[in-house]
Design a protein around this ligand. Structure first.
Ligand code: GDP
Ligand code: MN
Length: 380
């Protein structure tokens, strides 16, 4: 789960990572009031779950309440790469002498948290990694040993931070950011830029914070931060029904049981010259209700022109799945044609159930390749 900048900064504050004082505003009037309360120059920042807001015109300085209101009017409603701005973070403006970059991610390859620190901040980190890899100080942390001060010093020297005052503050921030990363079960904590003010104060000017979905049950107060209005409606429905759903860009909706079968179904659709619109994994269960839920999610995607239902019954029983499909057809107004391939446990019975009912837009097909061809044909 990705957090907005202001939510990430709230967690930073809790763990002692220094951030500027600010207020959330949902309207130009609230932005004015926020600027009034904060006093002096403020920065009005679009809150969207994507980066590069500065370049897209989503971040503007304002000299007082009047200007803050005017800037808020400009930024609210702005479309930043498909994300419409509905929230603003109004923060006391900082003076910037230097921009550094700091992050911790979970490195799946090494199975360890990975720190990255560089004095070349403020820009795309991918660019730094490519053009100036030596400027990027990297360090893995052993989760059992924890993050040790000697490692923090190694990171700091590696990045080439030479000012003793900065070194001391960054050392402290590194420890606190690690505590935030572990404490919130994060997958990513990124600070870009980590700034140094002209007075030599180091603080986090931005926050990108991603929390592991599978750990949210431990953090109800973070789970509550989710903005349901920003989510794709199909993804929100899938989450609510406990359906594994991934949105893609084509025309064929895909349902299967088990990740492996679903992945190969995607391949076979491509082989047949089609493009998957999404996919849904029914998992090992595949009971009738699960099928109804999954079909509701997949058919609700307006890009879906046809559906390929690919089941290889193991634990999943094909007769259960067939009943689920019929129930779904009764309960939901499904307009798209559904191609069904059933194989494995109780496949014969499943096919018989479908044949007996023989609803109009259902196409039972014996093999996976034929099923894919048929589904692609019907999506045209
Ligand atoms: P991003 O573009 O989405 O990464 O948003 P950031 O929060 O990183 O802001 C982008 C840029 O806006 C920063 O790199 C700064 O140059 C500038 N900026 C943001 N906040 C302030 C501020 O308080 N004062 C000044 N002078 N510039 C700021
Ligand atoms: Mn940034």
């Amino acid at each position: 789960m990705d957090l907005y900048e202001y939510q990430g900064k709230e967690l930073f504050r809790r763990y002692g990572v220094p951030v500027s004082d600010g207020r959330l505003a949902m309207s130009p009037e609230e932005a004015r009031a926020a600027a009034q309360e904060l006093g002096g120059q403020v920065v009005v920042k679009a809150q969207v779950l994507t980066g590069g807001r500065g370049k897209a015109g989503g971040i503007k300085l304002a000299d007082g309440p009047d200007e803050a209101e005017a800037r808020a009017r400009e930024i609210l409603g702005l479309d930043i790469r498909g994300h419409v701005v509905r929230r603003l973070w109004v923060e006391r403006a900082s003076e910037i002498a230097k921009e550094y970059y700091l992050s911790i991610t979970f490195d799946r390859g090494a199975k360890k948290p990975l720190f990255m620190l560089t004095t070349e901040g403020g820009v795309d980190i991918e660019e730094v990694a490519e053009t100036n890899p030596d400027a990027l100080s990297r360090l893995h942390v052993d989760a059992l040993e924890g993050f040790q001060p000697y490692q923090a010093r190694r990171l700091i020297y590696g990045a080439g931070i030479e000012d003793p005052g900065e070194q001391k503050q960054v050392l402290d921030i590194l420890g606190k950011l690690y505590a935030a990363f572990v404490g919130a079960d994060a997958m990513l904590c990124e600070v870009n830029p980590l700034i140094v003010t002209p007075e030599g104060e180091v603080k986090a000017l931005d926050s990108k914070f991603t929390v592991d979905d599978n750990a949210l049950y431990k953090h109800p107060e973070i789970a509550e931060m989710r903005d349901l209005s920003a989510a794709d409606p199909q993804e929100a429905l899938a989450r609510e029904r406990g359906v594994t759903y991934v949105k893609l860009d084509g025309e064929v909706g895909i349902l299967g049981n088990g990740a492996g079968l679903v992945m190969s179904t995607l391949d076979v659709i491509a082989l047949a010259g089609g493009r998957p619109a999404n996919f849904c994994d029914l998992g090992g269960g595949g009971d009738a209700q699960g099928v109804v839920d999954a079909l509701e999610v997949v058919t609700g995607d307006p890009q879906v022109r046809s559906i390929l239902f690919n089941i290889f019954g193991g634990i999943t029983r094909c007769d259960e799945v067939a009943r689920g499909i019929l129930q779904a057809l009764e309960r939901l107004a499904i307009e798209q044609p559904i191609v069904v391939r059933l194989d494995g446990t109780n496949a014969g019975e499943g096919r018989r159930i479908l044949e007996e009912a023989s609803p109009v837009n259902l196409h039972p097909v014996p093999t996976m390749l034929e099923a894919a061809r048929r589904a692609v044909e019907l999506s045209r």
